[in-house]
Ligand binder design. Structure first.
Ligand code: MCA
Ligand code: AMP
Length: 505
């Protein structure tokens, strides 16, 4: 094969006039239409001077054209770099600079702010709006509907996804064609996807879950998707009777359970609900089964590894566990200090190896070496154990991370901003339980002696630097942070003190 990812996910559907995307206005986009848009876009990108291996940084709303841009990058051998639409210009500047992107594709609304960034970093800029308008599609409109697929091998890079870290600076995870393709093909088999499947797609397409799991699995199976711009309870409920499957973060499921229109009858045509990206409470699992008769299938993955484990399709889907390692994925529990494998049943750090595991962090050899062992095992930073039946349980994290509504938030990144504010001596950012998002962000500030920081101004400063979902929902002033005898801040003490802040009353 000349380009495994393109050929297996997209090219394989050439000429098919069956639906690929069902849109909310009732219209349908066939595989043929979709691939023609992708080919036109690939022609345009190439004509704009992009060459194999160039990075394309994309911050756009979810649309069929945005998905076609992903296909176009695969076809033209470009590295697709999707970015959360919530990111601020400060955050974007770092990603564009660090990745050395040759092209930025953004919404018309961000153009004025991003044009100087593009110019200073020597990147081209095109626009793509939520309705498909903008210079990217204007430029592609007159292009040929066929494109000679660029040769790529399984080990070539297909995508970069930025993931934050405990030091505050984001790292570009380099994903190869095979990382994406092998995982999609495994999941199709494990979750029994076929060309009869209609997936409710309400996730964003700038992260692994919505793009490399939901979309790639549907493509690999030849199915179709009800393609929603975002999670909208009314639309989910409206379209569920026509669908067969849904993938979502736990917030999707708690929101569905909070709506009385969500009944056993409504879900009768569905064959599979998948949850991931954050822990699904055992309680949600049980309530869901009581309401619908379906057991949610929980799986576990990461940006760097795609999916690692899954509960079984046939067999017991055990609440509070993430199931078994996927075929081809090795998983072990090790001692975080020595790296030695621990006896079965002990809690330790989760390490994984397999064709799904990324190639390393872009231009960060030390960070790569710290997390990806020479023998191929990746240190996930999650803590877990394997029970006597082989089910993997995630029991905690060995990394300072908050997961809010499925989005990862690294406290360090927020603390760096808070520490810089006038009157702030130091800060600690923690995650506390939240009924909708699972966890939410709380900022604890210690004022400099004799000062009283202006909390409104601090909220404003954070707004300027960081994406909305990272903003502390509340800031609290404390005279000092709890510390252990080594002087290390005891975040567990803070988490315990404030654990009921958003869940009571
Ligand atoms: C929106 N807001 C959030 C979040 N989403 N704040 C914290 N955490 C969030 N996740 C902000 C909005 O900007 C808004 O701010 C306010 O919270 C309430 O917005 P709301 O309308 O309720 O939110 P929404 O638009 O309905 O979004 C909630 C959501 C969404 C549907 C849960 O966040 C979402 O689609 N999450 C999925 C994330 C995902 O795909 N993760 C996968 C990563 P204001 O009120 O000020 O306007 S991949 C991954 O983790 C690995 C690989 C894996 O295993 O999958
Ligand atoms: P990210 O790096 O943004 O892709 O997030 C990956 C992290 O999400 C993992 O390291 C886990 O901490 C968490 N995660 C993903 N799926 C699950 C799950 N099913 N249960 C608990 N945590 C999960």
């Amino acid at each position: 094969m000349s380009n495994p990812l393109y050929d297996s996910l997209f090219g394989v559907h050439a000429g098919k006039t069956t639906p690929f995307l069902h849109l909310l206005d009732g219209s349908t986009i066939t595989h043929l239409d979709f691939l023609e848009t992708a080919a036109k876009t690939a022609n345009f990108l190439t004509q704009r001077g992009l060459v194999t291996g160039d990075r394309v940084a994309v911050q756009v709303q979810k649309s069929p054209e945005a998905l076609a841009l992903y296909a176009a990058c695969a076809q033209a051998g470009l590295v697709f770099l999707p970015l959360n639409t919530a990111y601020t210009v400060d955050e974007l500047t770092y990603f564009i600079d660090n990745s050395g992107a040759s092209l930025i594709v953004c919404d018309e609304k961000s153009k004025a702010e991003l044009a100087p960034v593009a110019q200073s970093l020597n990147a081209k800029l095109e626009t793509l709006n939520a309705d498909g308008g903008g210079s990217l599609m204007d430029g592609s409109a007159g292009m040929p509907t066929v494109f000679a697929t660029v040769e790529r091998s399984a080990d070539d890079l297909a995508a970069f996804l930025y993931t934050s870290g405990t030091t505050g600076r984001s790292k570009g995870a380099m994903l190869t064609q095979d990382n994406l393709l092998s995982n999609a093909e495994t999941l199709v088999k494990e979750w029994r996807f076929t060309d009869k499947d209609v997936l409710l797609h309400a996730l964003p397409i700038f992260h692994t879950h919505g793009l490399f799991v939901a979309t790639n699995v549907t493509l690999a199976a030849g199915g179709s998707m009800v393609f929603m711009p975002k999670f909208d309870l009314d639309e989910i409920i409206k379209h569920m009777p026509d669908a067969t499957s849904m993938m979502g973060v736990p917030t999707f499921y708690t929101r569905l359970l909070g709506d009385e229109r969500f009944t056993k009858d409504l879900a009768a045509h569905m064959r599979l609900f998948v949850s991931g990206s954050a822990p699904l409470l055992a309680e949600t699992h049980v309530q869901f089964e009581n309401r619908t008769g379906h057991r949610i299938l929980e799986r576990y993955g990461m940006t760097e590894t795609n999916m690692n484990t899954s509960n079984p399709y046939d067999g017991e889907r055990r609440a509070g566990t993430v199931g078994f390692p996927l075929p081809g994925v090795e998983l072990k529990i090790t001692n975080p200090d020595t790296g030695e494998t621990l006896p079965q049943g002990d809690v330790g750090q989760i390490e994984v190896r397999g064709p799904n595991v990324f190639k390393g962090y872009w231009q960060m050899p030390e960070k790569t070496a710290a997390e990806l062992r020479a023998d191929g095992f990746f240190i996930t930073g999650d803590l877990g154990r394997i029970d006597e039946d082989g089910y993997v349980h995630i029991v905690g994290r060995n990394k300072d991370l908050i997961i809010s509504g499925g989005y990862n938030i690294y406290p360090k990144e927020i603390e760096l901003v808070l520490d810089d504010q006038p009157g702030v001596l130091e800060s600690a950012v923690i995650g506390v339980p939240h009924p909708d998002f699972g966890e939410t962000v709380l900022g604890v500030l210690v004022p400099e002696k004799g000062t009283e920081p202006d909390l409104d101004e601090i909220h404003e400063a954070v707004k300027h630097s960081l994406a909305r979902f990272k903003h502390p929902r509340k800031l609290i002033l404390l005279d000092e942070l709890p510390r252990n005898t080594m002087g290390k801040v005891q975040k567990n003490v803070l988490r315990d003190t404030y654990k009921d802040m958003f869940t009571q009353g």
